[in-house]
Design a protein around this ligand. Sequence first.
Ligand SMILES: [Fe+2]
Length: 284
Amino acid sequence: MKTRNLTGHFGAEVQDIDLAEPLTEDRFLELDDAFNRHSLLLFRGQNLTPEQQTAFGRRWGELEHHVLQQFTLPDHPAVFVLTNKQADGKPAGAHKTGWHWHIDNTYMPRASLGSLLYAIEIPPKDGDTLFTSLTTAYDRLSDDVKARIENLKAVHSYKYVYANKYPDRPPLTDEQKARVPDLVHPVVRVHPVTGRKVLYVSEQIIKQFVGMPFDDSQILLDQLNAHATQEDLIYRHRWQVGDMMFWDNRATMHFATPYDDVNHIRLMHAARIVTDAFVGELAA
Ligand SMILES: [Fe+2]
């Protein structure tokens, strides 16, 4: 398998694979090894149906059905549509979503192993996605900070981010709220395959640290996020039509950047693989 590193510390492009073809067992094992080592795999020039994208994802595990069901494909509940397009006067997908540093689905009872994002239409400029390695970020913490956060836990809340970040969307229904109880995750997690420690933070989704006042929590969270998103940790992905990105939600976080959504269309299909590792506890 031919690969090219995307940065000096994480991410790789896999150059000689057509993801529309079924994966052989050998090829799957090779990709799985690359996925765990690089945390982020890019496949360019793909041409994938929702069936092919989800079949690829299912090799790693069960796929999630997004809590915002109105933005999933009717025939493919595991495919979440990200777009500014409209259909019949209504949004054809989720828009302005993920425009902050986050790990997908830390607020779901079953966390995410990885996400698959496939680019169908992209604007001529902007709309890039930024990625950072939370394992490198952890390694680079000072011993003092490592000691301070070793046993710290954080409350991850979808209701909190939804209310603060998406005031223009209709409120969550009671059924949607029931699917996303506030969850507690350790701030330092151990990657189940590599054994490396991960600085498990994010913006907006973490409401506060357990046992720490809200304001103090925000100060520490801002410090940890600033540390994890230093310029030289980041890989900025400039999308091309046909790109598929497969990232490890147990080792990275990402940030979707804005674009000119009045004059240009961006259309992406996302699928997320769930995992029973990294399960959060119900918040008190
Ligand atoms: Fe995301």
